[in-house]
Design a protein around this ligand. Structure first.
Ligand code: SAH
Length: 239
């Protein structure tokens, strides 16, 4: 049930409501769900089928393989869900998800997510309802549920009191336009590999500098796209 006092209310429209909360019931997200920091409601799209066969899909006009989810059924499901912001439709054709979009969605405080199946949802309801189309990457899943779980997990961990230490959010990959620096823990030497000396120095400034330099190097090596954007935003202005 939706709890009005939670920092984020999430509503998922799906043909497979029993998949939820699934992995979202564990660890950080699961504990935050139990504590009422966020709330989750699932709506079974099938319950909104109106014909006597309860059909939710049809063959694509123009031919081709697979089935398409009917616009009238999705529309009735959305109608009943009483959302305050534009619902998200997860689709490989959407805007590629990134940390900035995750922040924007968390700000909405109210998130309605439509999960497609088969070949997806009839285009007309996407347009009529002005759905925000979001993709979790350039690959094709067999349904939107796993994508919804990924999106919800990314949102929930940004809510206050979900991570033990709010600082950890600020320093993470993508938050400052860079990938995160490498992490190390005990033992100090493992299989002959040592932890970088700077991290053992106890010298806060040195550690910060080492981490910043490592983050820049890794971003430059692995993600030229992020590095170019970082350079434009920060280096030319400040460094
Ligand atoms: N025929 C579609 C793919 C349908 S996959 C196409 O070629 O674009 C079935 C459903 O899985 C989609 O409706 C969507 O909800 C979900 N899905 C698959 N890949 C996804 C991705 N990369 N991001 C978000 N949702 C995805």
């Amino acid at each position: 049930m939706i709890d009005a006092s939670s920092a984020l209310t999430v509503r998922v429209l799906t043909l497979f409501p029993s998949m939820f909360p699934g992995p979202l019931g564990f660890s950080l997200a699961g504990s935050a769900l139990q504590r009422g920091i966020w709330s989750l409601e699932t709506l079974d799209i099938r319950q909104f089928a109106s014909d006597k066969h309860g059909s939710v899909d049809g063959a694509p006009y123009g031919g081709g393989s697979g089935m398409v989810i009917r616009p009238d059924v999705v529309d009735s499901a959305l109608e009943s869900s009483d959302e305050s912001s534009n619902p998200v439709y997860l689709t490989p054709r959407g805007r590629p998800l990134n940390q900035k979009i995750v922040h924007e969605l968390v700000e909405q405080k109210d998130l309605t997510i439509l999960c497609g199946r088969f070949e997806g949802v009839d285009e007309r309801v996407v347009k009529a309802r002005n759905l925000q189309e979001i993709s979790i990457g350039d690959f094709v899943l067999s349904g939107g549920e796993l994508a919804a779980m990924a999106l919800i997990d990314a949102c929930v961990r940004l809510l206050p009191n979900v991570l033990g230490n709010d600082i950890s959010v600020v320093e993470e990959s993508f938050e400052n336009g860079l990938l995160e620096y490498p992490q190390y823990t005990r033992p100090k030497v493992w299989k002959g590999r040592e932890v970088p000396l700077q991290l053992l120095s106890g010298h806060h400034k040195k550690i910060k500098k080492w981490r910043h330099e490592a983050a820049k190097r890794i971003t430059r090596e692995r993600r030229p796209d992020l590095w170019a954007a970082y350079w434009e935003q920060n280096v030319t202005a400040k460094d």
